[in-house]
Design a protein around this ligand. Structure first.
Ligand SMILES: Nc1ncnc2c1ncn2[C@@H]1O[C@H](COP(=O)(O)OP(=O)(O)OP(=O)(O)O)[C@@H](O)[C@H]1O
Length: 840
């Protein structure tokens, strides 16, 4: 029975090992009671005080080691259990929240609290991602945090401004004490401590193993090797856990910061449009805001988690190792080590280049270079027509050279620093390490005059390992000076970005107006924030009106001059329709976006006759600016100005340049700004879109391609469709959404006269109230009113068909007939001149 004998031998060996290393007798112990007896015994050993150097002290040490390992395992598994429970809880929460749903639209749904749930495919499975939107109150609260730190900062290490900026941003990254991210941060600290403690264990084992080999003790050697392999498990797990948590934390920070920015940048206050008016709009961070939101946020999150790990790791190491080393090196040794650190820190700080500033400029250059390429792609056809390749190449090469210079500058500035760093950290420190590690041995040999090689070797190996780990910790701490310096640059960029976004998002945004108090603030050195005059923009806006009304509005170009800026039109007053039903426009009944059948004629009959206004005027007189005021993207500066506008869903403004959503299908272009999900949710059908395309005479696009499948085709529609087709797509959008009020800015200038006639007749037939902006008087016949702007700030409003207009048209006919009578005389003169020319 060889199996039984092997088993018996193994059990005997185990019992023997337990006795030898823990003085634990396991002979009469049942296997199931083994663990509790082992732990009780170890605990009793640790609690009993044993004399230094006695055999009991060794048993106590072993017991302490075992208890620590169990504690680490216990904490690790409880952490895993907490994670598991929270995962299950969040699964049930998500499941419960399905009852809360407002919209269910295929792959994504909007819940009542504004949270969006997305279904993302992961291989064969579908994963649910919950995107919570930032509460509006949060922005109002945070606005003040950013306002108070408005002054520009020089990026310096340990600059308190840097810490203050980081502190303000941290409220976004970790909004409350008991948050997922703070839990992750604590677990990272836990694993960092565990890692340091395990390194200590390894250092001691290392020395012990060398001692076992030198003094020829095979049993102890086997036991120590077993411990070595045992410790290797938690040690390797800890290292990968630290790396994973760091990466996850960085991604969590990035997700929170990006959502915070997106929610503020893309909401009803139209921050994405208004940032161009801010007084920091030319700052490269705002000028390349796309780069700041995409790249800088990611770099900042990576840098902040890196710095945390790079500082926390060595600091924990330093504390633990120095406490341990104090026993063997004495207090003077430890003080010597720390003096060495401070001296090194001081020297390195002196040679450290201004990396914060340098990385910030590098980031700006990267943004400029990237943006120029983007601009070239967007305008490739125009550049090709102009044959502007040479100019573009020169410009893009210059930007690339500038970027390369910035990159080289960062690398070059590091060279000198790296030389000093290497010399001190790699060579001087290891030399000091040997000196300090040998101190106790030399002292012991001198005082006791007897040498035990194995004991000395153990002491030396252990101290050397600890010294090297300590040196390594110090090195990492010194290296992190560089990382902190870079982090100051990224923090400043993110802070400026958030500060500007908050300023523009503010309901009192002043469009970059510089007041006298601002100038005083710029010139003064005091840090007190001077309050701006809140009454800079004083016009009134009335929402949910049953028409469009301008009353005494001065159209002024927003600028730093504010009220004193360039006035395009003075005291503009008009209203459509002329007779307003005073009943407020109810969102449910009045909105034709709710009509299931876009061509439902019976509903159209309920919307009144429809009224139309033509705004005529020369170039740059301010026609489109009236549309900008109407859509609230430009402010009304004058106090007596009153703007009354219908609810958002009743107003549809067509811009001068047609817009097509990138990467969208043909359907997406027609239904814009409705999403594909809303389209199906509201019960629309593709056949209704076909009807609309027939109305605007674009149905041939479907015939040319793959019929109804063409609605799913994705293309670069801006380039695919011709100028006239793009403008007819605008009319298709109007026919789809059926708003009550439409503003058309030069919407038919690329369309043939017969098609223009068809489209305007269609607008009249469908009883839209519309305002057309144009330079062509030929459009007069489709409108009820005419608003004429002159080159100055004057304007005149006429009712078309009124005596006044008829008289003015008759006058124009008279003057033309007068001119026609002179034609014969002019022709005679022309013949005379040509005859003279022939003689010459
Ligand atoms: N964001 C802006 N910043 C500064 N000036 C602007 C801005 N937008 C428009 N302007 C200026 O306002 C003036 C009026 O512009 P607007 O677009 O209203 O002219 P328009 O009458 O529609 O001209 P056009 O018939 O050529 O389209 C122009 O001189 C233009 O340069």
């Amino acid at each position: 029975m060889p199996d039984i004998s092997v088993r018996v031998k193994l059990v005997k060996l185990l019992i023997q090992l337990h006795y030898q290393f823990l003085k634990l007798d396991l002979r009469n112990v049942e296997p199931k009671g083994y663990l509790s007896i082992l732990l009780q015994h170890c605990w009793a050993l640790v609690r009993s005080s044993s004399e230094k150097g006695s055999k009991n002290e060794i048993f106590t040490r072993h017991a302490r080691l075992i208890l620590w390992v169990f504690a680490a395992l216990g904490l690790g598994s409880s952490f895993a259990a907490v994670l598991g429970v929270s995962k299950i809880a969040s699964f049930w929460r998500q499941k419960g929240s399905l009852n809360n749903k407002l919209h269910s639209a295929g792959k994504s749904q909007l819940l009542l609290n504004g949270t969006r749930e997305l279904l993302i495919s992961e291989g064969s499975k579908e994963k649910k991602v919950v995107v919570t939107s930032t509460e509006k109150d949060q922005y109002e609260h945070d606005k003040y945090l950013f306002k108070n730190l408005e002054r520009d900062v020089r990026s310096q290490l340990f600059n308190s401004k840097f810490l203050q900026q980081l502190n303000v941003i941290s409220t976004i990254l970790i909004p409350k004490f008991l948050h997922k991210n703070s839990l992750m941060l604590s677990s990272q600290i836990f694993f960092l401590i565990l890692r340091t403690w395990l390194s200590l264990m390894v250092a001691r084992l290392d020395g012990q193993i060398v001692k076992d080999i030198i003094s020829g003790r095979p049993k102890r050697f086997v036991f120590d090797m077993a411990c070595w392999f045992f410790i290797a498990f938690p040690a390797s797990y800890t290292n990968s856990a630290i790396k994973y948590i760091q990466r996850k934390l960085s991604l969590n920070f990035r997700a929170r910061l990006t959502r915070y920015i997106h929610d503020m940048y893309l909401d009803k206050r139209l921050v994405f449009y208004k940032t161009t008016f801010d007084n920091e709009a030319t700052n490269s961070i705002i000028a390349n805001i796309d780069n700041s939101i995409t790249n800088d946020v990611q770099k900042f999150c990576d840098a902040v988690t890196n710095v945390f790990a790079n500082v926390a790791k060595p600091v924990i190491d330093l504390v633990f190792f120095s406490i341990y080393l104090r026993d063997s090196l004495g207090s003077i040794g430890v003080v010597g080590i720390f003096l060495n650190y401070f001296l090194t820190g001081y020297i390195l700080r002196k040679y450290s280049p201004p990396l914060g500033k340098l990385v910030s400029s590098r980031s700006s250059s990267e943004g400029d270079y990237y943006n120029y390429h983007l601009n070239m792609i967007n305008n490739s056809e125009e550049i090709a027509f102009y044959q502007g390749t040479n100019v573009e190449r020169t410009k893009v090469n210059n930007l690339y050279d500038k970027l390369m210079d910035q990159m080289l500058l960062v690398d070059r500035s590091k060279v000198e620093y790296n030389i000093v760093e290497d010399y001190i950290l790699k060579y001087t420190w290891s030399a000091w390490g040997y000196v300090f590690a040998s101190i106790p041995i030399v002292l012991h040999t001198w005082t006791s005059e007897e040498t035990s090689e194995s004991a000395n070797m153990k002491e030396f190996i252990m101290n050397k390992r600890l010294m090297l780990s300590l040196a390594d910790a110090g090195t990492r701490l010194m290296h992190s000076i560089k990382d902190i310096s870079q982090l100051t640059g990224y923090t400043n960029r993110i802070f400026v970005l958030l500060k500007v976004l908050h300023r523009v998002h503010d309901s009192d945004f002043d469009y970059g107006m510089v007041t006298s108090s601002d100038e005083a603030e710029l010139n003064s050195t005091s840090t007190t924030v001077v309050q701006k005059s809140a009454a800079a923009i004083r016009g009134t806006i009335q929402h949910d009106f049953n028409g469009i009304r301008f009353e005494n509005i001065d159209v002024i170009i927003p600028s730093a001059a504010g009220t004193n800026g360039v006035t395009l039109v003075k005291g503009l007053t008009f209203q459509i329709p002329e007779i307003i039903n005073l009943e407020p426009s109810s969102s449910k009944h009045a909105s034709l976006a709710n009509i299931r059948d876009p061509l439902d004629q019976s509903r159209l009959m309920n919307r009144g006759m429809g009224s139309s206004l033509l705004i005529l005027g020369p170039n740059s007189c301010g026609k489109s600016s009236i549309e900008r005021i109407l859509t609230e993207i430009w402010p009304i500066y004058n106090k007596n100005g009153l703007l009354s506008i219908p609810p958002t869903h009743d107003l549809f403004c067509v811009p001068q340049r047609p817009y097509f959503i990138q990467g969208g299908t043909f359907r997406d272009q027609i239904i814009y700004p409705m999403t594909y999900e809303q389209f199906y949710e509201k019960g629309y059908k593709d056949t209704q879109l076909v009807q609309i395309l027939c109305e605007v005479r674009l149905e041939y696009l479907l015939k040319r391609e793959r019929g109804l499948n063409y609605f799913n085709a994705i293309a670069d529609w801006k380039d695919v469709l011709s100028g006239g087709e793009k403008q007819r797509m605008n009319f298709a959008r109007i026919m789809f959404h059926r708003p009550r009020f439409v503003v058309l800015d030069e919407a038919t200038n690329a369309i043939s006269v017969d098609m223009e006639d068809h489209l305007f007749t269609m607008m009249k037939r469908c009883r839209f109230n519309f305002i057309s902006i144009s330079q062509r008087p030929s459009l007069i016949k489709y409108h009820d009113y005419l608003l004429e702007l002159t080159n100055g700030t004057d304007w005149s409003l006429k009712t078309l068909g009124s005596d006044e207009v008829i008289l003015s048209i008759e006058n124009e006919i008279d003057s033309l007939q007068q001119k026609l009578t002179n034609v014969k005389e002019w022709e005679r003169k022309k013949d005379e001149l040509q005859a003279k020319l022939a003689l010459v």
